[in-house]
Write a protein that binds this ligand. Structure first.
Ligand code: S3P
Length: 433
């Protein structure tokens, strides 16, 4: 893949109206459940990014027919729970942890062998967290000695339901096990230590799969068939977060974010920014199916450093690159703890973000499970995104509060989650050179 970079002058703005791309987490789930359902589903608002297209391609490789009706709109002819065909190739999940971990759950229920692999970043991420409970369900899934992909899944075993307490707060692990649970004998129950995003549960219900909930425990009955439906996917708050921070830190900006998902298991970024003094108004609240949606009006605000409440960490887990940029522009010090999971993302986000902040003249220190950032003024300079899409987009926003030109290298990964990022950012006023 060709190496690309962003070069941004410090004179940009971030104002106007943002229609964020479709939610990435929900797009993966919609493709998966529509493929496994009986009947024909239509999905609107789908994110056509590299990550989601990897999921789509995997199901096409297993015989599912998908037709594009319009940009962001597909029709999926579901194969039913037992209608997938053996793929004739290794399933390449690219950069996507969600695609790999959720699909592993589905594949463990099939009567054919399969191999899941990805790019160098994905093949270095921890997979023991799914392999161990899948093996406890009876799956034959093998990984590399380092506990990483490629994952080899062999048929010939019958899955049985388990009652599992997640050792890490991970929606990907929970979702993987719920999907495997569809193929298991008996009930599968998952208890989470901290409530994680619940899009899988919401979408399973949309596909007519009954779930039982008690406290932070969810159960489903194996063998439940999914019924095709219509899904409308809200805008992605994780994608919008960069521009929300951009509008807050650039002077005299007002940004309206339209039709964005505000599921409480995802909306920690709004709460954290408000605690830092951000003006974010939530308007026009409504629902797309089970998912809450709203428009946000964001106005430039003087921010101050805070100790980020630990109970908000999971609800904002993908937004820390953007939040670190906000912290660098805030008065005083921001402390983050309890966020060691950031080290297992597309890059080690504690390390890549701290090193980028320091190279732009901001005082930032790594802790094993977080960071300490002292607000200041960004100078110009070059930042390495570490091939991490969210790090690249976060540092683009730093240009809105910088004294010199910022160059961000390794930006090709932005296409994994936000293919139109440069066009959107340019329209809102960022000054790409
Ligand atoms: C996701 C869950 C989170 C998040 C990831 C998407 C999902 O990962 O960081 O970007 O769609 O379920 P974990 O489940 O590993 O926390």
């Amino acid at each position: 893949m060709e190496n690309t970079c962003f070069q941004l002058a410090p004179r940009g703005r971030c104002a106007g109206q943002l229609d964020p791309p479709g939610d990435k987490s929900m797009s993966h789930r919609a493709i998966m459940l529509a493929s496994l359902a009986q009947g024909t589903s239509e999905i609107g608002g789908l994110l056509a990014s590299e990550d989601c297209l990897a999921t789509l391609e995997a199901f096409r490789n297993m015989g599912v027919q998908v037709h594009w009706l319009a940009p962001g709109r597909i029709r999926v002819h579901g194969a039913g729970l037992h209608g997938l065909q053996a793929p004739d190739t290794v399933l390449d999940m690219g950069n996507s942890g969600t695609a790999m971990r959720l699909l592993a759950g589905v594949l463990c229920g099939q009567t054919f062998a399969s191999t899941l692999s990805g790019d160098a970043s994905l093949n270095a991420r921890p997979m023991q967290r799914i392999a161990e409970p899948l093996q406890a369900m009876g799956a034959d899934i093998r990984l590399c000695a380092a506990g990483t992909a490629p994952l080899e899944i062999r048929p010939g075993t019958t899955l049985h339901g388990i009652d599992y307490v997640l050792p890490v707060a991970s929606a990907q692990v929970k979702s993987c096990l719920l999907l495997a649970g569809l193929y298991a004998e008996g009930r599968t129950c998952i208890t989470e230590p901290v409530r994680c995003r619940d899009h899988t549960e919401n979408m399973l219900r949309a596909f007519s799969c009954a779930l039982e909930f008690a406290d932070q425990r969810v159960c489903l009955q194996g063998g439940t068939e999914l019924k095709a439906t219509e899904i409308d996917i809200p805008g992605d708050l994780s994608a919008a977060a960069f521009f929300i921070v951009g509008a807050l830190v650039s002077p005299d900006s007002q940004l309206t974010v339209k039709n964005v998902g505000i599921n409480p298991t995802r909306a920690g970024v709004i709460e954290i920014l408000r605690l830092m003094g951000a003006r974010i108004d939530i308007r026009n609240e409504r629902n797309y199916g089970e998912e809450p949606v709203a428009d946000l009006v964001v106005t430039s605000s003087p921010l101050h450093g805070i100790e980020i409440p630990r109970n908000l960490v999971v609800d904002a887990i993908d937004e820390f690159p953007a939040l670190f940029i906000a912290s660098a522009c805030a008065k005083g010090t921001t402390e983050l703890s309890g966020a060691e999971e950031l080290r297992t993302k597309e890059s080690d986000r504690i390390r890549t973000m701290v090193s980028g902040l320091c190279s732009l003249g901001i005082r930032a220190e790594e802790k094993p499970d977080g960071v300490t950032i002292t607000g200041g003024r960004f100078g110009g300079g070059t930042v390495d995104s570490g091939g991490d899409h969210r790090v690249a987009m976060a540092f683009a926003m730093a240009s809105l509060a910088a004294s010199g030109t910022i160059t961000v290298t390794g930006t090709e990964a932005v296409a994994t989650s936000f293919p139109g990022f440069v066009d959107t950012a340019t329209q809102l006023g960022l000054a790409f050179e």
